[in-house]
Design a protein around this ligand. Structure first.
Ligand SMILES: Nc1ncnc2c1ncn2[C@@H]1O[C@H](COP(=O)(O)OP(=O)(O)O)[C@@H](O)[C@H]1O
Ligand SMILES: [Mg+2]
Length: 244
C-alpha cells in the first residue's frame, strides 16, 4: 500500500516548547491509522500542521507524494483531506442542516451568503444526516443537540466535501458507549467504501478494535508504530502512555 499522507521531520515550536519534534509518519491509503500518546504529546498540533492551520518550523507534509507544506486549509481540503476538531466547532444558532453546508462554503466552493442552499447540497446533507441518525433534527438549531449528536453532526459535515482522508480528533471523547459503537461501525463502513482515516483517540479499546496500524507520539516524537496488538505490548509505549 502506498502512503496517502506522509510527514517528514515535521517540527513545530511554541515558545520554549517543541510540540512536534522531527516527526515522520505515514498514513497508508485505505488504512484506519491510530495516533495515540499522552496529553500534550503533539497529536492535535500534528493535525494542525497537516491541515495547514499551523506552519511548521521545519520538515514537510506530502499528500500522494506531492509536497503540500504551507498550503492553506482550504487548499488542503481540496486535496481530499478533512478533519474534525477535539473541541467541536459548530455554529450554535444555525440549524443542523445549515451546519452541514457551512464547511462546503468555507472551502471556497461558494460564499455562505447567497441564494440559499442548492438542492444537490441539501440532498447530500440530508442523506448524510440520515446515515448518522440526525435527519429528523435537520431544522433544529445545533445548540439543541446532545454532546454525542454534536460529534455525529461534525463528523457528517466533514463528509460533505467527499474526502479521501479524514482526520478525527478524539471522536469517542466524552461520548456514550452506544454512540461510540455507532461511530466505529460508521468509520468501518466508510473505510470499506475507500475512505482512509487517521484517528486520535484516548479510548484504547476503540483504538485496538478499529485501527489496523497505530502510531505512538511522546513529547512530539514518534516512539513506536505497528499493529495494535504489538503496540499494546510494547514496553516503550506502556512506559510513555498506557502506564499513566
Ligand atoms: N497554540 C499553542 N500555543 C502554545 N502552546 C501550544 C499550542 N498548541 C499546543 N501547544 C503545546 O504543545 C504541546 C502539544 O499539544 P497538543 O498538540 O495539543 O497535544 P495533544 O493533542 O497530544 O494533547 C503541549 O505542550 C501544548 O501545551
Ligand atoms: Mg489533542
Amino acid at each position: 500500500m502506498s502512503a496517502l499522507l506522509r510527514t517528514e521531520r515535521l517540527t513545530r515550536r511554541f515558545g520554549g516548547i517543541t510540540a512536534v519534534n522531527v516527526c515522520s509518519i505515514e498514513v497508508r491509503q485505505g488504512s484506519i491509522t491510530g495516533l495515540i500518546g499522552p496529553n500534550g504529546s503533539g497529536k492535535t498540533t500534528l493535525f494542525n500542521l497537516i491541515t495547514g492551520i499551523y506552519r511548521p518550523d521545519g520538515g514537510d507534509v506530502y499528500v500522494r507524494n506531492r509536497r503540500v507544506t504551507g498550503l492553506l486549509t482550504h487548499q488542503i481540503c481540496h486535496l481530499g483531506i478533512s478533519r474534525t476538531f477535539q473541541i467541536t466547532r459548530l455554529f450554535w444558532d444555525l440549524t443542523v442542516l445549515e451546519n452541514m453546508i457551512v464547511p462546503v462554503r468555507q472551502v471556497g466552493l461558494r460564499p455562505l451568503v447567497g441564494p440559499g442552499i442548492y438542492r444537490h447540497e441539501q440532498e447530500r446533507a440530508m442523506a448524510l444526516l440520515e446515515r448518522v441518525g440526525l435527519s429528523h433534527l435537520a431544522g433544529q438549531p445545533a445548540r439543541k443537540l446532545s454532546f454525542g449528536q454534536q460529534k455525529l453532526l461534525e463528523f457528517a459535515a466533514v463528509l460533505m466535501a467527499d474526502p479521501e482522508l479524514v482526520l478525527l480528533d478524539e471522536p469517542a471523547g466524552g461520548v456514550n458507549p452506544t454512540v461510540i459503537r455507532f461511530m466505529m461501525d460508521f468509520i468501518r463502513g466508510l473505510n470499506r467504501d475507500g475512505v482512509t482515516f487517521l484517528v486520535v483517540e484516548h479510548n484504547m479499546e476503540v483504538v485496538m478494535e478499529l485501527c489496523d496500524h497505530v502510531l505512538v507520539l511522546d513529547q512530539g516524537q514518534k516512539i513506536a508504530e505497528g499493529p495494535p496488538q504489538v503496540i499494546q505490548a510494547d514496553p516503550a509505549v506502556l512506559d510513555a502512555y498506557l502506564g499513566i
